[in-house]
Design a protein around this ligand. Structure first.
Ligand SMILES: O=C(NC1CCCCC1)N[C@H]1[C@H](O)[C@@H](N2CCCCC2)[C@@H]2OC[C@H]1O2
Length: 330
């Protein structure tokens, strides 16, 4: 089997991407954030207090003839940005881009934090990390990818995220039309459950490539690129008027400043992030101060290759044994 579905930016600065999925019988359509940085599939639901719903679509298990309560099971998750959700669990038929998993664990939210309530175009998440991270108890549940894997033509899913445009997630095949040239693979460390791998180094603008092993996670659910402070200060040293603002919680600069590109290495391959991707957003609609798409990872305890980096490549998440991740130009 294979599947192919759109990855649609939810606002004008690509804060996140949502993908149409269907749950249940008859199918209920929701727009979910496919997140390789977590492994819970959860949705706004008929069990979510109406005070916490602001325009989201909901899943109503009682309207689905194929839903089954997973009795006595609950879940609770907190993300790196401090957002959280928790609730109960049903199993039901679940489809992404024509690829169906019967009896997928669908975690129904009984509580969501304010940042989820505020994102009215995001109806929940599909975790595509390793199932070891799943928070359902007393028995943890498998991700959509792990459930689909035995039926996939190839044990892969790919992410073709785009800057200010709709891209695609494909399951079970590598679409050669979506990338130019070879895919460079590098090993993935599957413990503790993120798509953890290393960069082989970086360069700023036209500067020399600095070879260094930089371990981190490729996370489609994180908006920005978070790297060690030494790299980030070297980057913003090239930006007139840039400063690390306590007030805004990161590097900001005059929106009119010229930004250099940022290049990262995967093994011997090089991927260049255009300056426009790093000129992330104005700090407020009328401000002439802009917030950077490259920020420091100090304080996170981990480097995060989020959407700002991933949208500069065609990315193959390979669930083979051993797992690996591939990057190709596009
Ligand atoms: O917390 C992180 N990443 C951290 C960012 C700071 C540095 C550490 C990692 N990712 C989350 C993201 O923020 C959420 N958010 C929802 C509203 C629209 C924007 C996305 C969404 O829910 C879970 C996941 O995706």
């Amino acid at each position: 089997d294979t599947g192919s579905a759109a990855a649609i930016p939810i606002n004008e600065v690509d804060i996140a991407y949502v993908t149409p999925v269907t749950v249940g019988t008859p199918p209920q359509t929701l727009m979910l954030d496919l997140d390789t940085g977590s492994s819970d599939l959860w949705v706004f639901s008929s069990l979510t207090p109406s005070s916490q719903i602001r325009g989201q679509e909901i899943y109503t298990p009682t309207k689905s003839s194929t839903s089954q309560l997973l009795n006595g099971h609950t879940w609770s998750i907190r993300y790196g940005d401090g957002s959280s959700s928790r609730g109960t669990v049903f199993t039901d038929n679940f489809t992404i881009g024509g690829l169906e998993v019967k009896s997928q664990a669908v975690q129904t939210a009984q509580e969501v934090s304010s940042s989820f309530t505020q994102e009215q175009s995001l109806d929940g998440l599909v975790g595509l990390g390793f199932s070891t991270l799943n928070t359902v108890r007393p028995s943890s549940q498998l991700t959509f990818f792990d459930n689909a894997r035995p039926n996939l033509d190839e044990e892969v899913f790919t992410a073709d995220l785009k800057y200010h445009a709709t891209g695609t997630y494909d399951f079970g095949f590598i679409d050669s039309k979506k990338h130019n040239g070879t895919i460079t693979y590098t090993p993935v460390q599957p413990s503790p459950g993120y798509w953890t791998h290393s960069l082989s180094g970086y360069s700023v603008g036209s500067g020399a490539f600095q070879s260094s092993q930089i371990s981190g996670i490729s996370d489609t659910g994180t908006t920005l690129l978070y790297l060690p402070t030494a790299i980030v200060t070297a980057y913003y040293r090239q930006v007139q008027g840039a400063q690390n603002s306590q007030y805004y919680g990161g590097y900001v600069f005059p929106c009119a400043s010229t930004l250099p590109t940022f290049t990262f290495g995967i093994e011997g391959a090089r991927f260049t992030i255009p300056a426009s991707y790093i000129n992330y957003t104005r700090i407020s609609p009328t401000s002439t101060t802009c917030y950077g798409g490259l920020q420091s990872s100090s304080g996170l305890g981990i480097n995060i290759f989020g959407d700002v980096a991933l949208k500069a490549a065609f990315v193959v998440f390979s669930g083979t044994n051993p797992p690996r991740i591939g990057f190709a130009p596009k």
